[in-house]
Design a protein around this ligand. Structure first.
Ligand SMILES: *Cc1c(COP(=O)(O)O)cnc(C)c1O
Length: 398
């Protein structure tokens, strides 16, 4: 082993980004301050102009927030990162950093529901239009790109159907068309997947999910090359103001420390639950990257360091109405799992996407995303897998 060997993610998760004050505290300090004092008028001027590096005002930067940004950047293999107040703020910041009126976006159809509303309803009012692509076929993505396309956006695996986008192909399409590529890496986290290594331009995170891991705070981040982060994303954040609270950054720093452990444990639990669900009568289909039945097995093996901890399954039914009744009945009969739309928690959550996370999409958009009434999503936590099976078995039997 030499000095130049890079640290493993387990080490980075607990060590990267740590800064100590004059008191040499071992655990990271929480700097709850909105502003910073300057030694002189000249120092204030040079910090404000950016001539000198340092902390000015917590909308721009804060030491606790910076520690979170540096630790996450180390894990993602990113040159730089900026934290935001939520995952949606990170997506908005990345979009505003690259788009202007008249530009076009190509977006995966299976992305987070609020992302679709942001692109279509909010950015749509500012003269930006978006085309959604179902699935991962290169020809379909290529066909959607126009000379006005400035942004290619995807989530992989997608929510809630666990379809992968080939990140090598995605990055290449961006380079060929001159569009910026953005990947929402919320489901895999850098522990299982590092999109920047495949040539993608920007990664965004909802830190609210696995990075916190315990369902406590909202947060987000945009990561990528230093020039792009500093010159394109930072001006948006400084002026628009969706910065991360130092308190939330401190909670997220603690969350990152256990991220590799949690991702491995939760992925393994999801694997066992998915295999078991496939054998259950009444379950028509299970969507999970770790299953032999997943249609993109080779891509899963090439691109992801593990299956992740989110899965979805479909209940058989003869009509959409019957499917909804069956799905809601199952959800109403679990006792252990939490009925909530959140994911990435240590506690397993159960969701009916068609009426919650994707409920405000038009029926056409929902159909395009392939989200039926009989579909149920699980985000597997850290409970005993046997207890989770027993909970589902009883609910399935009703
Ligand atoms: C939750 C989520 C978001 C939005 O994050 P917030 O922190 O709730 O704003 C974006 N993408 C994915 C995949 C998510 O699950």
């Amino acid at each position: 082993m030499t000095d130049t060997r890079p640290f493993d993610p387990d080490t980075l998760a607990v060590r990267a980004g740590t800064r100590r004050s004059e008191f040499n505290e071992h655990s990271e300090a929480l700097y709850l301050t909105s502003s910073f004092v300057f030694g002189s008028a000249a120092e204030a001027a040079s910090l404000f102009s950016g001539e000198e590096e340092g902390f000015v005002y917590s909308r721009f930067s804060n030491p606790t927030v910076r520690m979170f940004e540096e630790r996450l950047a180390a894990l993602e293999g990113a040159e730089d990162a900026l934290a935001t107040s939520s995952g949606m703020a990170a997506i908005l910041a990345s979009a505003l950093a690259v788009l202007k009126a008249g530009d076009h976006v190509v977006c995966g159809a299976g992305v987070f529901g609020a992302t679709v509303r942001l692109f279509s309803d909010v950015l749509g009012r500012f003269g930006i239009d978006t085309t959604y692509v179902r699935g991962a076929a290169e020809a379909d993505w290529r066909a959607a790109i126009t000379p006005r396309t400035r942004l290619l956006y995807c989530e992989t695996p997608s929510n809630p159907l666990m379809e992968l986008v080939d990140l090598e192909v995605f990055a290449r399409l961006g380079r060929e068309s001159g569009a910026v590529t953005v990947v929402d890496n919320c489901f895999c986290t850098p522990v299982l997947q590092r999109p920047l290594d495949h040539g993608v331009d920007l990664v965004i995170h909802s830190a609210t999910k696995y990075l916190d891991g315990q369902g406590r705070v909202l947060g987000g981040a945009v990561l990528g090359r230093r020039t792009m982060i500093r010159e394109a994303v930072l001006p948006v954040l400084r002026s628009a103001g969706p910065s991360l609270s130092p308190f939330n950054a401190w909670v997220l720093l603690k969350g990152l420390e256990t991220l590799p452990l949690r991702m491995r444990a939760q992925s393994a639990a999801a694997q066992r639950l998915a295999e078991w669900l496939e054998t259950q009568p009444g379950v028509q289909r299970v969507h999970f990257p770790g299953l032999a039945s997943h249609p993109q097995r080779t891509l899963v093996a090439r691109q992801q360091g593990g299956p992740g901890a989110v899965l979805s399954f479909e209940l058989g039914a003869t009509s959409p109405e019957e499917a909804r009744v069956r799905a809601w009945r199952l959800i109403d009969h679990v006792r252990l799992m939490s009925i909530t739309a959140n994911l990435g928690d240590t506690r397993t959550t159960i969701t009916h996407p068609a009426s919650t996370t994707h409920g405000r999409l038009t029926p056409e958009a929902r159909a395009r995303a392939g989200i039926g009434e009989g579909l149920i999503r699980l985000a597997v936590g850290l409970e005993s897998v046997d207890d989770l099976k027993a909970d589902l078995a009883r609910a399935l039997a009703t």
